[in-house]
Design a binder for this molecule. Structure first.
Ligand code: A3P
Length: 325
């Protein structure tokens, strides 16, 4: 992987460019591919973000279960202030993306604010999401003694690929530049993904960075798998609560608080909330974040030979890392 460039020394126009992956051009920075509108936020976050020991980061490769993890972590961490059954629960009024992305908020903030720390006014404990690979996180976040905790959710690359392909076509369809985005086929997406030329790609390098960090620093980096969350959501929420330092009490266990959180954050519950039927985020409609929510949907879109080829690329790239999908 290329060395991380100096955060203050990035001329976007000089970076390698990929224009075949809608909806935005991608630029390669620090060994990973970034949507152009987001990259300035990565650079600004690396330069200006001031972490607090109580911060919890939710990290992921795009389309790996970020929205779900945001909902679960938010509902778990704030359950004292916002009981799950409350009709006024923030998740009933706001999409889970009310948990801001580190690089997204920096990218969207006016230059005068972006130059400082756009999260400075956010009250602790902060839950902050990110698609930034471990190697490119602000060093102050990963430094020994920083105290910050990171939860990573990883997903089968084939499902992440298909999920992003569908999502990208929806986002691109909303563009008004008239370009024929429907022509972005699964074969196009597949070739780009295999080359690592996908938002956040290469996916396997993204995953293995956090995997290695979770082995080295298990008290600071929790590694979750989307597929295991689907199989045992209550068990994973219990683990998440323990990791975040707010384990369920015996009374909460007896009252089924974990199960209540899982139900509040289930894809069907979230999908059917009014805010998610109608609202929008900066780049997409809220409803577009809730599609199937299953493991293995890739088989409805990719031929077995494609799957075998991608599996081999990933397996080869992960040789020696100790990680397998
Ligand atoms: P599919 O497109 O395969 O259905 P991200 O949140 O990182 O963008 O990931 C999106 C994927 O997570 C989509 O996968 C989406 O349907 C799924 N998802 C969203 N909310 C979910 C939930 N509450 N439970 C399980 N999966 C969810």
């Amino acid at each position: 992987m290329a060395a991380s460039p100096d955060a203050d020394d990035v001329d976007m126009a000089e970076l390698p460019l990929e224009t075949r992956c809608p909806p935005s051009p991608l630029r390669q920075y620090g060994g990973f591919w970034w949507p152009e509108p987001i990259l300035p936020g990565v650079v600004a976050a690396r330069a200006g973000f001031g972490p607090r020991p109580s911060d919890v980061f939710l990290a992921s490769f795009p389309k790996s279960g970020t929205t779900w993890l945001k909902a679960l972590a938010f509902a778990t961490l704030h359950r004292a202030d916002h009981p799950t059954h409350s009709l006024d629960h923030p998740l009933r009024r706001r999409n889970p993306h009310c948990v801001e992305f580190l690089e997204g908020l920096f990218a969207l903030s006016p230059p005068a604010i972006k130059g400082g720390d756009v999260f400075a006014a956010h009250p602790s404990p902060r839950v902050i999401a990110t698609h930034i690979p471990y190697s490119l996180l602000p060093e102050r976040v990963t430094a020994e003694g920083a105290g910050c905790k990171l939860v990573y959710v990883c997903r089968d690359p084939k499902d992440a690929l298909v999920s992003m392909w569908v999502f990208a076509k929806k986002m691109a369809a909303a563009d008004e530049d008239g370009s024929p985005r429907d022509a972005f086929t699964i074969e196009d997406a597949f070739e780009l993904f295999c080359d690592g030329r996908f938002p956040g790609g290469p996916q396997w390098a993204h995953v293995s960075g956090y995997w290695e960090a979770s082995r080295r620093r298990p008290e600071k980096v929790l590694f979750l798998r989307y597929e295991e969350m689907l199989l045992d959501p209550v068990g994973k929420v219990r683990k998440l609560a323990e990791f975040m330092g707010c384990a369920f009490s015996e009374d909460e266990e007896a009252a089924g608080v974990g199960k209540d959180i899982v139900e509040l954050c289930s894809i069907d519950a979230l999908r059917n909330m009014e805010v998610n039927k109608n609202g929008t985020q900066k780049y997409a409609k809220n409803e577009d974040y809730f599609r199937k929510g299953v493991a293995g949907d890739w088989s409805n879109h990719m031929k077995p030979a494609m799957a075998a080829r991608l599996d081999k690329i990933v397996e080869d790239a992960l040789q020696g890392s100790g990680f397998t999908f």
